[in-house]
Design a protein around this ligand. Sequence first.
Ligand SMILES: N[C@@H](CCC(=O)N[C@@H](CS)C(=O)NCC(=O)O)C(=O)O
Length: 219
Amino acid sequence: MSLVLYKVDRSPPVRAVLMTIEILELKYKSIEVNTLAGEHLKPEYLEKNPMHTVPLLEDGKFSLADSHAIITYLVSKYGADKREDLYPNDLGIRATINQRLYFDAGVLFPKLMAISRPMFRKETTGPSPQQVEEIEETYGILESYLRQSKFLAGKHLSLADISIVATISTYEILIPITNKYPRLLEWLNILKNCDFYKKANVPGLLQIKEILEQLSQGI
Ligand SMILES: N[C@@H](CCC(=O)N[C@@H](CS)C(=O)NCC(=O)O)C(=O)O
């Protein structure tokens, strides 16, 4: 195995991959991509990843973009002893996990980008009232899932939780999760107390928190 991860720690999708790597106890080499300096748009990087995003994983000659694809690949290939919970073979549970991952990829993360991109460009200092409403709607959706089960795709922690907590912990910087969403708060607290969250999500989360807080004050 020779894993290389192209990353920026403040990125939620990168943090989802870092948490997965931490749980699986995988050895890897990391390469920082300075996206603020446009390194991800250079021909060398575009050749590796035409989507010009981080994370990007290389496993020998095989290369894969998109955190959701990466974490399912890592668990499927290297998670033999942990696969049964994180990404089980049971078709129903696996399909539910996939649905949550697509929800993150197709709804949650794009909504975060729609808020943070204009903030980074200094066009706005935070979400609009409509964006707050949209994010709160997603909190409500997650609350409903968590009323059905302890974790987002059943009774065990799975890749659904890992992927979505990376996004939601970033949302929370901008739009607090109120006690209107008790199950979501409870779930987040469980995750916040996990070692993999502390080691692999918190450092990058603190970086983006500092940046977003400065941007929200117009600094
Ligand atoms: N769906 C992708 C999204 C990745 C993504 O958009 N990453 C951002 C950083 S948070 C990025 O690389 N943006 C640079 C760009 O889009 O040019 C994933 O889950 O990996």
